[in-house]
Design a protein around this ligand. Structure first.
Ligand code: CLF
Ligand code: SF4
Length: 503
């Protein structure tokens, strides 16, 4: 048995990583035609690997919504809150186009423009479609992407195709109206408000019809589902099965965000969100039916930058220069940057495809022993698919699972910033304690550097800090550490942790 490490997802000539659960990667996509792989190769949401290299941005041109979800409260001017529906400013289509052009020139890695709110983009069709129309003319190198609850979708499929929108996300939380009635108190339909089970029935029918129409026209459809414990948790397996059968490309099961301070029905009622384990288990269960997205950051409706970062403040309207941007020149520069990124990804793929980390010797030496256990490792990274971030600077950790068969990305965990300069140093211990709690279940933390104090506290908590693989590709480093754990006898089912290796 050997541990094979392939770092790329969509773009790998041989079919991407061997994982069954890594977003739009994995051997399940190997059968895809080249044209589809080309569509997702630099889309940070539709391809797991792309999210290490490329950025997305949203423009908040769609304030209205035609339904109510129990988990939603649209908020303005909350720069510290990162969740869907929150924005700092609603833009007109002209303002949005100006902003997109400015961001595209300043952040050449930005490949996708999405419209995702703060309401429902298709409940604001003129504003949404006018933005797309202008952008498809002015910035043809930017992919267009839209996210919708699906209620108005069937009537707008032709328009979506006309504007060359190749990626559509439909949020589908149920296919059973009885479940839907617990999530949606009302919809606005044919100029009147419809409530209860009937509302859910109409919404579900529209979503399913819209999905089928888009698939028939060759548009890539991702389905987002919000996991609401006790409401639709078990039911989402059926949702996954149904949307897969209808041709959805990818399923993104996201955790419910519900806090009383958000002012949502669920938040005020004390409805809890899922634990990391519940989310991961459900994603695994759904992955039996279709490719799963696990790297979603549930971003704001005006997010700008790599997934997990938000540079929106740099591009607020009052900061955009009046100077006209030469987009032809910007596009040439963007093409150069994209070519450099692709060259680097190809180099990483080649290096990784030569990295076969064998643990055969371990199993051969002990043929009667069971298969080595799986190990979770947390990684601090700023992108590029590399271990390149100081532990104290991480706002989130990517979590990978290593096993005898593969290394797979399984999700991310957000943390408070442990070290952000002198002012917060006094809080360091508290924040560190929280970080350690967030990393529960991980046995190793890989980062570029780490201070003495967190090192000691992580070790005391049974998590092995590891700064030996700085600037190395993530999956390769995880595989190497896993092999070392095996060689140290730490992978037997009842065995110890990586902490014992570094102690
Ligand atoms: Fe935006 Fe959504 Fe397009 Fe991505 S986000 S419209 S598909 S460009 Fe991505 Fe953000 Fe998750 Fe959405 S990480 S919330 S899945
Ligand atoms: Fe909020 Fe979106 Fe639901 Fe509308 S569809 S209520 S904007 S979450």
């Amino acid at each position: 048995m050997e541990l094979k490490v392939i770092s790329d997802a969509a773009g790998a000539p041989g079919g991407g990583c061997a994982s069954s659960g890594c977003g739009a990667g994995g051997e399940k996509l190997a059968h895809l035609p080249e044209a589809i792989r080309a569509k997702i190769n630099n889309h940070p949401c539709f391809s797991d690997d792309a999210h290490h290299h490329y950025a997305r941005m949203h423009v908040a041109v769609a304030p209205a919504c035609n339904i109510q979800c129990h988990y939603c409260n649209r908020k303005y001017d909350c720069s510290n809150e990162s969740r869907p529906g929150v924005v700092s400013e609603v833009l007109t289509p002209d303002q949005a186009v100006k902003k997109v052009v400015a961001v595209a020139a300043a952040i050449p890695q930005m490949t996708v423009l999405g419209i995702a709110g703060p309401g429902d983009p298709l409940a604001n069709p003129q504003r949404t479609l006018e933005t797309f129309r202008q952008l498809s003319e002015k910035a043809p190198d930017i992919k267009l992407c839209v996210s919708t609850n699906g209620l108005a979708l069937p009537g707008l499929v032709d328009e979506i195709c006309k504007h060359n929108i190749e990626h559509v996300t439909i949020t589908i939380n149920c296919v059973d109206p009885d479940v839907g009635a617990k999530i949606y108190p009302w919809i606005f339909w044919n100029n009147r408000r419809v409530t209860g089970r009937k509302a859910a029935e109409i919404l579900i029918a529209q979503q399913q019809e819209g999905l089928e129409m888009l698939v028939a026209r060759g548009v890539l459809v991702k389905v987002n589902s919000v996991l609401i414990p006790g409401v639709n948790a078990e039911h989402l397996k059926e949702v996954s099965r149904v949307v897969k059968a209808k041709g959805a490309f990818l399923h993104n099961v996201m955790p419910l965000i519900a806090e009383p301070e958000h002012g949502t029905f669920y938040g005020l009622m004390g409805q809890r969100g899922p634990t990391n384990e519940e989310l991961s288990a459900l994603q695994d269960a759904c992955a039996g039916d279709m490719a799963m997205m696990r790297h979603c950051r549930q971003c704001r409706a005006d997010a700008v930058g790599m997934l997990g970062e938000d540079r929106g403040d740099e591009f607020k309207l009052d900061k955009l220069s009046e100077q006209e941007i030469d987009y032809a020149a910007a596009m040439a520069r963007r093409a150069e940057v994209h070519a450099a990124i692709e060259a680097s990804r190809a180099a990483q793929r080649n290096a990784s495809s030569e990295t076969f980390v064998s643990i055969a010797s371990l199993t051969r030496r002990r043929p009667t022993r069971p298969e080595p256990r799986r190990v979770l490792m947390a990684v601090a990274t700023t992108g590029g698919g590399l271990i390149n971030q100081h532990f104290g600077h991480a706002r989130e950790f990517l979590v990978y699972e290593a096993s005898a068969n593969d290394v797979r990305f399984i999700g991310h965990r957000k943390v408070d910033l442990y070290c952000s300069g002198d002012e917060t140093c006094g809080d360091g211990e508290t924040v560190l304690a929280k970080t350690i709690r967030v990393l529960d279940g991980c046995e190793v933390v890989l980062c570029s550097r780490i201070g003495y104090e967190p090192w000691g506290q992580l070790e005391a908590a049974g998590i092995a800090p590891n700064g030996e693989h700085a600037m190395e590709p993530i999956e390769d480093a995880v595989a190497v550490v896993y092999r070392e754990m095996g060689e140290a006898g730490l992978l037997e089912r009842s065995g110890g942790t990586a902490h014992r290796m570094s102690a």
